[in-house]
Design a protein around this ligand. Structure first.
Ligand code: CTP
Length: 428
């Protein structure tokens, strides 16, 4: 592992093995190799024999800048079958076929990839890709459970279109998405520990658009990245995840999560209220517009004439988070449902961002609140974040809230810290 201090933000250059097994998604491995190269990592591709039926070694050699071998009897003088696995900081197998997972689960070493995995002590991340029937087959599920018990990270496959016209779980997540999840594992090997199996999670993400007429709206700069990162971590930790997404950037949908798209605050409230009673954890990560135009014109408004464009009349949107807390109080949603809010604070002459966050936590009545210090281009739309997690203190003692500072890191890192705190609070 080499720490590169030459760029503005120091980052770590890793020695990465990209293992490719024989499924049609092998063509996407080329993009994964490119992703890791763009992040400054040294990449070595090890395909299986079957993978070479889909993509030629020349493609991987050109993209990685390193030789490509498949068998243990190639470059024997360099003892590759031991050296490559020993020297790797990260092994990512994408696609991981049912057969490849079966062989690794059994500890076999009949080609260079499986031999390298058997030697490796670094994180090993597998991105399964196969037909739904193969994924759901008890033999595969047993192998996945064995691999996880052995400390391997088996990513949840995405739902979606497979090779033919059929669709279901089994699709390989997008290459850059796999790359980001794998890098998060190197930063924190515990990031995807399976502690949320059986937990039902509902997360809102992104901003809302409040229509003024058919072409105009009031909106905000929320990207949806933090909400999606929370969904990513929860799904990889084994939770059943539903995202209610407002307006977001073009983000990869977290593997294994269901997604409902909404646009306005009122649509978001309806979608959240309808599902909150079935959730163990509800997170309002969305940036909900506080106000909406009092009326929505059916035709495009013209400037100049006396229209809503001259004097914009606004009405306040309902506070979705406060409504969920009230619904729990009224018994419409379970008393054990944990409710999590967000706050983006700049601080002012009278109080710091954290003081504002604590006041908001108390005002909203939620169980946990992630407070981000924003402004100066921080947090909104960025890949990194930092702040404080504010949560309930000791039960029934009325003690001060519990505050944990979260160091600057990727939104996946922040999401993992938030899930750790939710887990501490609820046992979820
Ligand atoms: N929120 C909500 N419904 C709204 C506004 C906010 O559910 N109409 C939620 C957000 O998703 C977030 C939390 O409330 O989890 C805090 O959002 P924020 O905009 O910071 O809170 P406000 O109450 O609008 O406070 P401020 O006056 O600081 O804007």
């Amino acid at each position: 592992m080499i720490v590169n201090q030459t760029s503005e933000h120091s980052h770590t250059s890793l020695s990465v093995i990209v293992g490719v097994s024989g499924g049609i998604a092998a063509y996407k491995a080329a993009h994964l190799v490119r992703f890791f190269k763009e992040q400054g990592h040294d990449v070595r591709v090890i395909p299986t024999d079957a993978a070479l039926n889909f993509v030629g070694a020349a493609t991987f050699e050109a993209l990685s800048g390193n030789p490509v071998d498949t068998h243990v009897f190639e470059a024997v003088d360099e003892v590759q079958h031991v050296r490559l696995g020993q020297e790797a900081d990260l092994i990512v197998i994408a696609p991981a076929t049912a057969d490849c997972m079966a062989r690794i689960a059994q500890g076999r070493a009949d080609d260079l990839l499986t031999a390298s995995v058997l030697v490796a002590t670094c994180p090993v991340v597998l991105a399964p890709a196969m037909h739904t029937e193969m994924w759901l087959n008890p033999a595969t599920q047993d192998n996945v459970a064995t691999l996880r018990r052995h400390g391997k990270i088996v990513l949840e496959p995405a739902h979606g279109r497979l090779t033919g016209a059929d669709s279901g779980p089994g699709r390989m997540p997008e290459p850059a998405h796999i790359g980001r999840l794998a890098e998060a594992v190197v930063d924190n090997p515990e990031v995807f520990r399976r502690d949320l199996e059986g937990t039902r999670v509902l997360i809102s993400a992104g901003g809302t658009h409040e229509a003024l007429d058919p072409v105009r709206f009031l909106g905000n700069a929320s990207s949806g990245k933090q909400g999606f990162a929370l969904a990513d971590v929860a799904a990889q930790r084994g939770a059943e995840v539903t995202i209610v997404a407002g307006v977001t950037e073009d983000l990869d949908v977290p593997s294994g999560a269901d997604i409902i798209r909404v646009r306005s605050a009122l649509e978001m409230k309806e979608a959240m209220d309808a599902r909150a009673q079935d959730a163990d954890v509800v997170i309002m990560a969305a940036a909900v517009a506080d106000y909406r135009p009092a009326s929505v014109a059916e035709a495009k408004l013209k400037k100049g004439s006396e229209t809503a464009l001259d004097t914009l009349e606004l009405v306040e949107n309902p506070d979705i988070l406060a409504g969920l807390v009230q619904a729990r109080h009224d018994g419409q949603i379970s008393a054990s449902t944990a409710i999590v809010g967000f706050a983006a604070e700049t601080g002012d002459d009278s109080a710091s961002p954290l003081d504002h966050g604590i006041a908001k936590f108390q005002r909203k009545g939620c169980d946990l609140l992630m407070c981000n210090a924003v402004g100066d281009g921080k947090v909104f739309g960025q890949d990194h974040s930092q702040g404080w997690i504010i949560s309930r203190g000791e039960e029934d003692t009325g003690s001060a809230p519990h505050v944990v500072e979260v160091d600057a890191g990727t939104k996946l890192h922040v999401a993992a810290r938030i899930w750790d705190e939710i887990h501490r609070l609820t046992g979820a």
